[in-house]
Design a protein around this ligand. Structure first.
Ligand code: ATP
Ligand code: MG
Length: 401
C-alpha cells in the first residue's frame, strides 16, 4: 500500500491460505482449525471482530473501531495464513455507483496514480446483470478516464484490482504476506522440552508451524533454580502461545533426581545422565497426554551434550520420535528467528538453569553408551521411585495470551 491513508477504509480482511493438500475432508479440518486460531489471535486485539467461513473463504470483519496494525500483527501469528487481503465492502447500487467506488478506492489507496493495473472481477452471485468480462472492461475504462496516468497491463500489473460480486461487493488489491505453515491442531500434538534458553522456544515455534499443537515440560530444581527462573519459562511459553494457542506447561521438580545423580554418578557424565532422565520423564508425560513426539532445541555440536555421541546417548532412552528442528542451525540463525518471534529478549535474561548448576568442569563430549548405562546402574535403588514422584507431583500451568 502506498500510504497509511487508505488503511482506515478497510473494515474486513479476506484470509488466503495455501490449498495444497487440503482437498475433501481435510479441507474442512484445515479451515476449522484455521478459523479457530484466527479467533484466538483477534481476541487479544483491541476491538470486536467476527470470523466467518463462506464458500471456501475466511473473512475477518471488524464490528467496532480497531487498530489496523495490531490486527495485522495478530493475524501474522496464525500459521496456515498465506496472505491477508484488506477488503472494502460496497453495497450493490448499480454499475455506475460501483465505478465511483473504485475511483475512490484507487485514489485513496494509491495516491500516486502513474501505475499499471488490471481489473479482475468474479461473480459468486450469478444473477449480477453483467458478466465478469463486462465488469473488467467497464471498470477499466472508468478508471482510465478518472486517472489518465494509469495504464492497463494484463500480464504484470502493479495493481491487481479484485472485485468480488457477492450479496455485497468486495474490493481488494493488496496481499500482506502471512506466516505460511499449517494451522495448529491439524498435525497432532507434541511435547516441547522448554528451558529458559534461546533455542527451545524457537524449536517449539518451528514444529507448531507445521500444524502441531504444543504442550511443554520444564524441569526446575528449587532451591538451586529460583522462582524467577521458572517465571521466565512461563513468560517464554506465553510468547510462544501467540503462535501455538494455549500451552499446557508441566513443571517438574527435578531437584531430588539431580542430587541423586550427583551423589551416585561420575561428575563428567552428570549432564548426559541428567538429560537422559529428562527425556524419560518428558516421554512419560507425553504418553499420558496424547503427544506423538518430543521436541527439543538441540543442534549438533553446540555444547558438549549435543555432540553426535551425546545426542545418541540422550536419544537412546526414548521410543517416541524426538524432533530437533534446529539440528543443523548455527546459533546466529537461531537468534535471528528468536528475534523475529520475540522470544530473544526474554531468553537472554540472566537466570540460572537447572542444567548449568550441576555441570562438571570437563563434561564428556563423546560418551560411551555402555559406560553410561553401567553408571546409571548406580541409581537402581531409588531412581524409579524418584521419577514416579516427579511425574506425580508435576505442576500443570495453562499458559495463554
Ligand atoms: P536452550 O537454549 O533451549 O536452553 P541450550 O543450548 O541451553 O538450549 P541444553 O541446555 O543442552 O541446550 O538443552 C538442550 C535442550 O534440552 C533444550 O533445547 C531443551 O529442549 C531441553 N532442556 C534443557 N534444559 C531444560 C529444562 N530445564 N527444562 C526443559 N527442557 C530442557
Ligand atoms: Mg539450556
Amino acid at each position: 500500500m502506498d500510504g497509511q491513508k487508505g488503511v482506515r477504509m478497510f473494515t474486513a480482511f479476506l484470509i488466503k491460505y495455501a490449498e495444497i493438500g487440503v482437498k475433501g475432508k481435510n479441507r474442512y479440518i484445515f479451515e476449522e482449525a484455521l478459523a479457530r486460531q484466527i479467533k484466538y489471535a483477534v481476541k487479544r486485539c483491541e476491538g470486536e471482530f467476527t470470523v466467518t467461513r463462506a464458500q471456501g473463504r475466511i473473512y475477518v470483519e471488524a464490528l467496532s473501531a480497531f487498530d489496523y496494525d495490531e490486527l495485522i500483527g495478530g493475524l501474522k501469528t496464525v500459521f496456515g495464513i498465506s496472505g491477508i487481503c484488506p477488503v472494502v465492502y460496497v453495497e450493490d447500487e448499480g454499475f455506475k455507483k460501483l465505478g465511483e467506488e473504485l475511483v475512490r478506492y484507487v485514489g485513496t489507496v494509491y495516491p500516486e496514480t502513474d501505475k499499471t493495473f488490471k481489473v479482475h472481477a468474479r461473480r459468486a452471485r450469478k444473477n449480477y446483470p453483467l458478466t465478469s468480462m463486462e465488469i473488467n472492461s467497464g471498470i477499466g475504462s472508468v478508471l482510465l478516464d478518472a486517472y489518465p496516468a494509469m495504464r492497463v497491463d494484463v500480464h504484470k500489473p502493479d495493481i491487481l484490482l479484485n472485485i468480488e460480486i457477492r450479496e455485497k461487493i468486495y474490493i481488494y488489491s493488496e496481499t500482506i504476506p502471512g506466516p505460511g505453515g499449517m494451522p495448529v491442531g491439524t498435525g497432532g500434538k507434541a511435547m516441547l522440552l522448554l528451558s529458559g534458553g534461546i533455542d527451545s522456544p524457537v524449536a517449539g515455534y518451528m514444529i507448531a508451524k507445521r500444524g502441531v499443537k504444543m504442550d511443554a515440560v520444564y524441569f526446575h530444581a528449587p532451591p538451586y533454580t529460583s522462582e524467577r527462573a521458572k517465571q521466565k519459562v512461563v513468560d517464554l511459553a506465553r510468547i510462544v502461545s501467540r503462535y501455538t494457542g494455549p500451552i499446557y506447561l508441566h513443571v517438574i521438580n527435578f531437584t531430588d533426581i539431580q542430587l541423586y545423580i550427583y551423589e551416585k554418578c561420575p561428575h563428567e557424565e552428570l549432564t548426559i545422565i541428567m538429560r537422559r532422565y529428562m527425556m524419560r520423564i518428558a516421554e512419560r508425560i507425553a504418553g499420558q497426554t496424547q503427544c506423538l513426539g518430543l521436541v527439543t532445541g538441540e543442534s549438533i555440536g553446540q555444547v558438549a551434550s549435543q555432540t553426535m555421541q551425546s545426542l545418541a546417548a540422550t536419544n537412546e532412552v526414548c521410543t517416541m520420535p524426538v524432533y530437533r528442528p534446529l539440528i543443523g542451525f548455527d546459533k546466529m540463525e537461531i537468534v535471528e528467528i528468536a528475534e523475529k518471534i520475540d522470544t530473544y529478549e526474554t531468553s537472554i535474561q540472566p537466570f540460572e538453569d537447572c542444567c548449568t548448576i550441576f555441570v562438571a568442569k570437563h563434561p564428556v563430549t563423546k560418551p560411551n553408551l555402555k559406560v553410561i548405562r553401567r553408571h546409571e546402574q548406580n541409581l537402581q535403588e531409588k531412581i524409579e521411585e524418584l521419577v514416579d514422584t516427579a511425574v506425580q507431583t508435576a505442576e500443570l500451568l495453562i499458559v495463554h495470551c
